[in-house]
Design a protein around this ligand. Structure first.
Ligand SMILES: C[S@@+](CC[C@H](N)C(=O)[O-])C[C@H]1O[C@@H](n2cnc3c(N)ncnc32)[C@H](O)[C@@H]1O
Length: 255
């Protein structure tokens, strides 16, 4: 079903709640011939594409059965070359731990027009849900986003990213939570620095759990935290209205 010249639009789907899509994302989805999407995209978001649009999942939950990045880029290019409007739908924002840069580069190299529609990244959506200000005049004048994936964790230089006056948000840090706590403490961050674990933020069954850095690894295990989740490290965590979320576990009580 060709509508003329093919093109690719990278669209950020936000952290989960369909109401956090941008107006532009909704419009672009409505024009799609093909939607190439990540796992964990709410079916209500996919329903915004025309019924006749082809829907192609390329990454399943927790990265099982994920198509290699080169194959995803090749698929985008091939569909656009066939004259189709291709929406590449990604969780959060395409340019925050989303490999959007690689897909833009692949399209550009192939001479395919490409656009990017930003999305609400998990850190912003999840923080808003629990009314956690990532920066605050008295508590944090800087915020950093890092990836806590196993590969190269030890080699990553996070010196100065966490501590007094700063907020650190760790994406993909569940499996390495204990090692992350040790790394930060070795860098001089206080063991009693508050940490908020945000699980399935903005989605059904969201949980927010507060603990302190020295307890982070065991807190993740005790609470059976599942992906997707974020770890927020910093004094601003004390302001989060985690108690307003259904399912809050007051981990401090166990310390
Ligand atoms: C590959 S990264 C993609 C990030 C995405 N591009 C963004 O801007 O949010 C996936 C990680 O984002 C975080 N994440 C995504 N959605 C989330 C949610 N609803 N609640 C908590 N964390 C989430 C988790 O750390 C998850 O492992």
């Amino acid at each position: 079903m060709s509508r003329g010249a093919g093109r690719v639009i990278l669209v950020g789907a936000g952290p989960g709640d369909p109401e956090l899509l941008t107006v532009r994302a909704v419009r672009v989805l409505g024009d799609a011939d093909v939607v190439v999407h990540d796992g964990l995209i709410d079916p209500r978001v996919l329903d915004l594409a025309p019924a006749a649009a082809e829907r192609i999942p390329v990454a399943k939950r927790r990265d099982r059965h994920t198509l290699p990045q080169e194959a995803i880029s090749a698929l985008l290019v091939a569909k656009a070359r066939a004259g189709l409007v291709v929406v590449r739908l990604k969780g959060g924002d395409p340019f925050v731990f989303g490999r959007g840069g690689e897909e833009v580069a692949a399209c550009t190299a192939a001479g395919i027009p490409v656009e990017v529609v930003p999305g609400i990244s998990a850190a912003l959506g999840c923080a808003a849900e629990v009314q956690l200000p990532l920066t605050h005049r008295e508590l944090a004048s800087a915020v950093s986003f890092v990836a806590g994936t196993c590969q190269g964790l030890r080699e990553q230089d996070w010196q100065g990213l966490a501590g007094p006056g700063r907020t650190l948000v760790v994406y993909m840090g569940l499996a390495t939570a204990g090692a992350i706590a040790e790394k930060l403490m070795a860098d001089g961050v206080s063991p009693d620095m508050p940490v908020l674990i945000l699980e399935r933020g903005t989605c059904a069954g969201a949980r927010a759990m507060r603990t302190i850095l020295v307890d982070l690894g065991s807190a993740v295990e005790r609470a059976g935290v599942q992906s997707p989740a974020l770890l927020v490290v910093g004094r601003v965590v004390g302001l989060a209205r985690a108690e307003d979320l259904l399912g809050l576990r007051a981990l401090e009580a166990a310390l």
